[in-house]
Design a protein around this ligand. Structure first.
Ligand code: SF4
Length: 300
């Protein structure tokens, strides 16, 4: 049985640093995989192409929810009717419930809602499960063993600080976290050492470069996304209209509705306010968008 070292990359700093470490160690049987969730910034897709050109082949996988959406159409047509859901809601759901080929949007249409910090189904449905089904299972089928490299760091969160460097899973593969004890500066130093530029979004104020925005995006991150990439906000607003139609309640917002407002545009307005969310932060609003800004000191 051979160990196949599977590295999942996102276009972010940590997974890139981990790939570079694997190359530095001449790790055998490397398989590098990018799961395209359809909610990344275009510069991240370009960066994935750049990494492939510089470092080696990348297997791209794309989750597909066509079957789930087709089954949901049947549920809408039968169960929703039996439950007395209004004909208007049923008709608007049937109007939009067609697979678009965008994994994030199709997942949300199927679920009739966006993921949230309390219902974080996106990671499992868009990353963990497709990786298992499309990459690990075929490797198991050849009689080999999967070592899944994870680019997480202990100082990112309390839960991560408790994780072990290696872990055996009930599904029969090994998790390996080789950069668990690195800090963020080690990660960027690793890029420098190998002459690999970090994802350019890190010089445009982004702290993370996965989904844009992520359901976990903080106020400042959302403000930065909205002022630099308003087209991404407009895309999410269009998705809110579509997912609302696919929802039994007739309403779905990217961020949970609360005192920040209802819908992505309201939450962007809230991101422009001072602490407490009542007054606009005029100093912030008057500031010109800097060409280069980095939370990690990459502009100095
Ligand atoms: S980056 Fe955020 S929104 Fe995207 S899959 Fe992960 S948790 Fe969900």
């Amino acid at each position: 049985m051979t160990d196949i070292n599977v590295i999942s990359i996102s276009g972010g700093k940590d997974s890139t640093a981990m790939w570079l470490l694997a190359l530095e160690r001449d790790t055998p049987n490397l398989k590098v995989v990018f799961s395209d969730v359809g909610h990344e910034h275009p510069e991240t897709y370009e960066y994935i192409d750049y990494l492939e050109k510089e470092l080696g082949p990348i297997t791209r996988i794309k989750p597909d929810f066509s079957q789930q959406i087709l089954r949901k159409r049947e549920v809408v047509d039968t169960k929703w009717r039996n439950e007395g859901v209004s004909e208007t809601i049923i008709q608007q759901a049937l109007e939009v419930l067609h697979p678009t080929g965008n994994p994030f949007l199709d997942l949300c249409m199927w679920k009739g809602r966006f993921p949230s910090t309390m219902a974080r189904f996106c990671t499992v449905e868009l990353k963990v499960r497709p990786m298992f089904d499309k990459v690990y299972v075929p490797i198991f089928g050849t009689g080999n063993h999967v070592v899944s490299w994870q680019g997480i760091r202990a100082n990112e969160s309390l839960s991560r600080s408790k994780m072990a460097e290696t872990e055996e899973t009930p599904e029969g593969y090994t998790i390996y976290r080789p950069i668990l004890n690195w800090d963020v500066y080690d990660v960027f130093k690793q890029h420098d050492k190998h002459g690999i530029k970090p994802n350019p979004l890190y010089k445009q104020g982004m702290g993370r470069v996965g989904c844009m925005p992520c359901i976990n995006s903080k106020k400042e991150e959302l403000y930065e996304i909205a002022r630099r990439f308003p087209e991404e906000i407009e895309r999410v607003a269009r998705w809110e209209e579509i997912v609302s139609k696919a929802s039994k309640r007739g309403s779905a917002t990217f961020f949970t509705s609360n005192d920040r407002g209802h819908g992505i545009h309201d939450v962007v307005e809230w991101s422009k306010t001072t602490y407490g969310g009542v007054q606009y932060d005029l100093l912030k609003l008057m500031e010109e968008v800097p060409m280069c800004s980095s939370q990690y000191g990459l502009c100095e």
